[in-house]
Design a protein around this ligand. Sequence first.
Ligand code: MG
Length: 367
Amino acid sequence: MRISEIRVFRVELPVGEGAYSWSNDNSVAVFDSTVAEIATEAGVKGVGEICPLGAAYLPAFAEGARTAIAELAPGLIGLDPCNLGTINAAMDSRLRGHPFAKSPLDIACWDILGKTAGLPVCTLLGGRQGEAVELYRAISQDSPEAMAGSVARYRSEGYRRFQLKVGGDPDTDINRIRQCAAVLHRGDVLIADANTGWTRHGAARVAGAVADLDVYIEQPCADYDACLSIRRRTRHPFVLDESIDSLAAAARAIADDAMDVVNVKISKIGGLTKARMVRDLCASSAIAMTIEDTWGGDIATTAIAHLAHSTDPRMRFSCTDFNSYVTRDIARGAAKRVGGSMAAPEAPGLGVEPLYEVLGEPVAVYR
Ligand code: MG
């Protein structure tokens, strides 16, 4: 089987709450998502999606994804999409770095591999484990009162895990954590995600001021060594996210005992092929994971569901249903939230069918 054509679509995903806000005054009202569709001479097609969290979260941005795909796509024409190792080697030899832009192409090839094998992607990634995967809800940064209200509202919808967007003024963040903790019930999980927004001393103050609470601390500082310093000074369970962007970074952090949980974002690592390596390394090192991505719609969410559903449930901390944060459907058959969990589709491949009437005309075609 050979790749004959790659089509690229741009689609806007409005945020249901109006906007999503996090550290360093970042906020997005309408996400700019890119869908890549790979067609083969045999007629089998696959899709993938990349939606960066704005332009200042990771070294990734939406227009950059499409520009990098223009560099990558011609090198994939004629290759066998089922040979994922060859596909990734071809992308890495043609463009250094830019894992986020390689991710939708890699995911689309997994979709084709699954359709060709007649198996859902989660089976190919290790096998479906359990009935469903538990979700967390990210709580957009706002006043402590508003965030506590959001936690209560999403709790009533079925979520039991809440990731607070902190990383602002430490005193306000202490109030955010305390007020949100006060509305939780026994067994709920609270994570304070600073998204690199704190200084070392600010992070140390917040961790100390909430020492009596059952709360995870996530990515307090931008610098890995600063995070490690805070990790060594606090008894809170500790999560790394932005710092872990490769297999090598994960291996180093495991060796350093730098985290208890890691957030495996598919596009941050470069696609399902590489995210699976990080997933398997972490699972075999007793590091639990949140399986997710930077953002996305139905296709990115479904890729998350397949990787999460094939992960050892004991190592599965949570995952994310971005398609219930946005107001626009872009595919039929996608993984959808039911209460506080979701399941990978059972159809071959990703199990999604793009809604071309929503995606519109492709912004680029390579053949
Ligand atoms: Mg995070």
